[in-house]
Design a protein around this ligand. Structure first.
Ligand code: ZN
Length: 152
């Protein structure tokens, strides 16, 4: 069943998150919490020449938020800031749109469509993305100043 396949993809990213690590020289960084579920996440990115040269996250929380963060980091690495923000919008659209086909660009993240029937879980899936967009906005507002965790 497709649902089983999706569950496997989510579990794989949750149990073995390649992108869950510190990014000591991050240029853009933000921290957010989801009080509904207790998720906490920091998303960080190194930016070179307008592109996300690297992206990583640190998190505590449920499998959905962490799997979403891990897949997101894979997807945005190497992308321009604009492209990353665009992907965040695509992902949000996929999670809130009940019809419509998801963009091919979202890769493994389509697995998270299977949780759309649980409204509380949608917030978990979106958390890394809203955190990313916040980090990039802060970076754009002041590229020289490295944002600090929990500053907002
Ligand atoms: Zn959660």
């Amino acid at each position: 069943m497709l649902e089983d396949l999706y569950r496997e993809v989510i579990l794989r990213h949750y149990q073995d998150p390649a992108n869950r690590r510190k990014l000591p020289n991050a240029d853009a960084q933000s921290f957010t919490q989801n009080p509904l579920c207790g998720d906490e996440i920091t998303v960080a990115a190194c930016i070179e020449g307008g592109r996300l040269a690297d992206a990583a996250f640190e998190a505590r929380g449920c499998s959905i938020s962490q799997a979403s963060a891990d897949m997101m980091a894979d997807l945005i690495r190497g992308k321009t800031i604009d492209a990353a923000v665009q992907l965040a919008a695509e992902f949000k659209r996929m999670m809130s749109d009940t019809d419509g086909e998801p963009s091919d660009e979202l890769g493994d993240l389509v697995a998270l469509r299977s949780i759309r029937k649980y409204p509380v879980r949608i917030k978990c899936a979106l958390l890394p993305w809203t955190t990313l967009v916040d980090a990039l906005q802060k970076y754009r507002a002041d590229p020289a100043e490295r944002s600090t965790v929990g500053a907002s």
